[in-house]
Design a protein around this ligand. Structure first.
Ligand code: NAP
Length: 218
């Protein structure tokens, strides 16, 4: 599959590298073509990896990953272009951390709204699936790095798009019973607000190599 990864940070790098390892073709996009981090990644990714702008990456991708800073995600996706998102699965990994909000950071969307919903509302023809935003970039792409099976969550309005994303997550190493479908994109409120707990946990654990597991009772 051809994938456009919007984002040149830690998450964009980890997901792009994993996708290339899995045999997909990836164009990583930043605000400008020739972004230093994107050039570096493309230089190490081999023949299936390239770099471009947000627009170039989205045009290239049959599937799109939004791994941009949450406060800039709508702008980044607007730069990508409505026409390059329409009809495509857009995996939204971003958290809507308010720019310059300090430590601990605060969300600029919460409670009755979320970034996942905002993206779906702004790009109604895109098939937005929120996923992977509750774990660190390394855990996202290699859940077996943790000593026990843990949980990830998907949500979105289109069942087929979620099924595509679950397939990709399985390729990343997330077994089916580790993936919980939370329903519509409105559930992004919960996975984004989980950031507050994740930030406390990183302080307790001392590093970002952790995750939670959903355990069901009768
Ligand atoms: N780091 C993690 O482990 C982790 C885990 C879960 C979720 N997340 C979420 O995943 C997303 C990516 O995180 P990250 O740490 O990899 O990178 P990041 O530093 O949060 O974001 C980097 C990307 O955002 C773009 N960007 C920044 N400001 C922008 C602006 N004003 N306009 C347009 N684009 C802008 C950058 O564009 P350029 O390429 O042009 O610089 C770059 O591509 C974030 O939303 C984060 O909350 C991160």
């Amino acid at each position: 599959m051809r994938v456009g990864v919007l984002g040149t940070g830690m998450v964009g790098n980890a997901i792009s590298t994993k996708l290339v390892e899995l045999g997909h073709e990836v164009t990583m996009g930043g605000r400008e073509t020739g972004n230093e981090r994107a050039l570096h990644w493309a230089g190490t990714a081999g023949a299936r990896g390239s770099q471009s702008s947000f627009r170039g990456a989205a045009e290239f991708g049959e599937l799109i990953v939004n791994a941009t800073a949450g406060s800039a995600s709508i702008r980044a996706l607007e730069a990508a272009g409505d026409e390059h998102l329409a009809g495509k699965v857009v995996i939204d990994v971003a958290n809507p951390i308010a720019r310059g909000s300090g430590s601990p950071p605060v969300l600029e969307l919460s409670n009755t709204e979320s970034l996942g919903e905002a993206i779906q509302a702004r790009f109604p023809q895109a098939l937005v699936v929120k996923a992977l935003n509750t774990v660190n970039a390394t855990v996202m792409c290699d859940p077996a790095r943790l000593p026990e099976p843990t949980s990830v969550f998907v949500c979105g309005n289109d069942e087929e798009a979620k099924s595509t994303v679950c397939g990709l997550l399985a390729d990343f190493g997330w077994d089916g019973d580790q993936i919980t479908d939370l329903g519509s994109i409105e559930a992004a409120r919960g996975t984004e607000m989980y950031l507050a707990l994740w930030l406390r946990l990183i302080g307790v654990v001392g590093n970002p190599m952790f995750n939670v597991r959903l355990v069901r009772g009768e």
